[in-house]
Structure formats: C-alpha cells, structure tokens
Design a protein around this ligand. Structure first.
Ligand code: SAM
Ligand code: SF4
Length: 329
C-alpha cells in the first residue's frame, strides 16, 4: 500500500477569479460561512495531533484562493516551523503574488504552483470570468515576482480546455526552453462545470505530447516530483513539462494524498465523493484528538478502495456536488 503522507489543505472556498471550468458562472455557489471555516487553531490542532502522528509530512495550501485567507502568512510560518514538516507548498492563481511573494517566502514557503491557462490576456480573462480591466498582467507580475524571490521549482498549472486554450500548448511549453520553470498540463476533469465539460470534454495528454514532440522532440525527464505528473523535457530546455492525466491514464494506484476542505471535511479521493469524514464537527463536539486520529486511520485503510479508477476513465458523467474550489484542488 502507498504511504499516504500528503495533505492538501483548503484554506478558503472563496476566490477572486471565477474560472469557467471551476466555478461556473450563473451557478449559485453556497459559500462556507465564516463560522464554519476551520479556525487557524483548529487546523493546527488537526495537523499536530491527528495528521502528523499518522505520518503526514507534506502539506499543500490551496482553496479557493488561499491568499485570500486572513492570516495566511502566520499560518505558513507556523506550519513551516513544525519539525515534522518536510514539505510545504501552495497552489494559487497568482493574482496577489506580486505584493505577497516576498513575505510568503520569508514565512518559510518554498514551493509554489501558479495557475496560468493562457498567455493571451483576452483568452485568460475569458477563462477566469473577468469582464473588467485585464487581470493577465498582474498575474504575470505575480509569477515573475515569485521567480525573482527564489521560489524553486516554480510550477505553472495549465488546464487544457478544448476551444479555449488548446491552441496555446506549444507557446506555453516554449516557456520552459529558456527558464527553469515547470509547466504542468492538467486534463480537464468532470468536476465544477458539468455543462462546459459536457460540451467540450478533455484532451488526452498524449495528444499534447505528440504536438510538442512534432515541434521540438520530447524526452523523459530524470526530475520527478512526488505527485502524479509524468515529467518530460524538450531536449536542451532548462525547465520541464509535466502531464497530469487523471482522465486518460488513471494514477489511483500511486495516490499518496487526502484533502481537507476549509470546513473540515476530510476527503479520500478528489474524484469520488464517498468516504468523507467531518473532522470539524467532531472536534467541536468534543471528540478527542485520539479518537479523531483513529477515524482518520480507518479512512486511510479503506482509501485504496475509494478511487476514480472504478469509473470508466473518460466517460464519466457522475455529478459531483462540490466544485474544485470547495474541495481544495
Ligand atoms: N485558486 C488556486 C488556483 O487556481 O491555482 C488554487 C485552487 S484551484 C481549485 C487548484 C487547481 O485546480 C488549479 O490549478 C485549477 O486550474 C485546477 N482545476 C480546477 N478545476 C478543475 C477541473 N475541472 N479540472 C482540472 N483542473 C481543475
Ligand atoms: Fe479560483 Fe483557482 Fe477555481 Fe480559478 S481554479 S476559480 S482561481 S479556485
């Protein structure tokens, strides 16, 4: 059985973007009420007394947009200083990074993934649901600020959406030629915007690799992360290209993670809604941390049975009641 030692922590379900594939416009999202969010104290109690004793060593802060969470810098300081923390990372849309990259780095954050679905401001704004002044420049400024401050490796996440940004695969891949950046192409998953998924579906990673191979060639990279990406490289490039292919090449067998939502639900599999346990309600109703640890231990035991591979990859029509922003992508 895989060692499950990686916890993705959603700090907040709200976001300053409204990406078409994640938070579909027009759909009422029932935001978590402030009093239902795990407090910083509760989160730290769960980390120190439940997850770390069970062997968790790697933590990723996500959301919604994690930089909107009040007190995020202090939280990073505290988690980074825990002796058990081997890896602390964040996934962000980058919009607030130009002003925050430096303090995040000083707080102890060393790894950051920034979502950037397009190099074209118009396409970018269309994808993130922005109708006002373009947000591309500030996002790009956030990426370059993170690079300058020293975040290494700097990873950019791209969800490839047919009809939106699938024509930009080569331009995005080209960013790795002169920069030591990691561009990760993510297959669009049927979670969040079911209408969009139904109308345009997803593109298998192998099709993207063929495009890149045809232009420059592609070699397997010696650099591997601890995540699900298959890592390649354009020959001679400084950076790498990762492909996250949960739809076409199910990687459930090597899954090492669970997810904690901002309101304290622990979810064993992103793409399967069964098995969630409510740690916050238990904690608030006086269940001891020893008992909570037992509940989590039991969930980890059955986690291999709760996965995505039971479904026919690519033909999934199952409806998920929570979006990525609510689960913590
Ligand atoms: N707001 C932050 C961001 O966008 O990076 C963190 C949260 S976001 C939910 C985490 C990641 O999930 C992003 O890289 C986003 O592109 C990805 N994501 C959201 N919905 C998705 C979907 N339906 N399929 C694939 N990836 C998705
Ligand atoms: Fe916000 Fe990230 Fe979802 Fe986009 S993908 S709406 S930035 S949470």
């Amino acid at each position: 059985m895989n060692q499950i030692d990686y916890l993705r922590i959603s700090l907040i379900d709200r976001c300053n973007f409204r990406c078409s594939y994640c938070m579909p416009e027009g759909e009422e999202l029932n935001y978590i009420l402030r009093q239902e969010l795990l407090t910083q104290g509760e989160l730290l109690t769960l980390l120190k007394e439940v997850f770390i004793p069970l062997g968790f060593r790697k933590f990723r802060l996500t959301g919604g947009e994690p930089l909107l969470r009040p007190g995020v810098v202090d939280l990073i300081k505290t988690i980074a200083s825990l002796p058990a923390t081997a890896d602390l990372a964040m996934t962000t849309n980058g919009f607030l990074l130009a002003q925050m990259a430096e303090e995040l780095y000083h707080a102890g954050l060393r790894r950051i993934n920034i979502s950037l679905d397009s190099l074209d401001p118009k396409t970018f704004d269309l994808i993130i649901g922005n109708r006002g002044k373009s947000r591309w420049e500030q996002t790009w400024a956030g990426i370059t600020a993170a690079h300058k401050v020293g975040f290494d490796p700097l990873k950019l996440n791209v969800v490839v959406i047919p009809g939106f940004n699938d024509g930009e695969v080569l331009a995005l891949a080209a960013l790795t030629i002169e920069r030591n950046w990691h561009i990760r192409f993510i297959e669009f998953m049927p979670i969040g915007n079911h209408n969009l998924f139904g109308s345009c579906a997803w593109i298998p990673s192998e099709e993207l690799r063929q495009q890149i191979r045809g232009k420059w060639g592609l070699i397997e990279s010696a650099v591997r992360g601890n995540g699900p990406a298959d890592v390649f490289k354009i020959p001679g490039a400084k950076g790498t290209l990762g492909f996250i292919s949960q739809m076409s090449e199910c990687f459930c067998d090597r899954c090492n993670r669970v997810r904690l939502s901002a309101d304290g639900l622990l979810r064993p599999c992103l793409l399967n809604e069964t098995g969630e346990i409510d740690l916050k309600t238990s904690l608030r109703s006086g269940v001891s941390t020893l008992e909570l640890r037992e509940m989590v231990r039991e969930l980890l035991m059955i986690k291999p049975e709760i996965n995505f591979k039971q479904r026919d990859a690519g033909t999934v029509t199952g409806v998920y009641t929570r979006t990525m922003s609510q689960i913590g992508g």
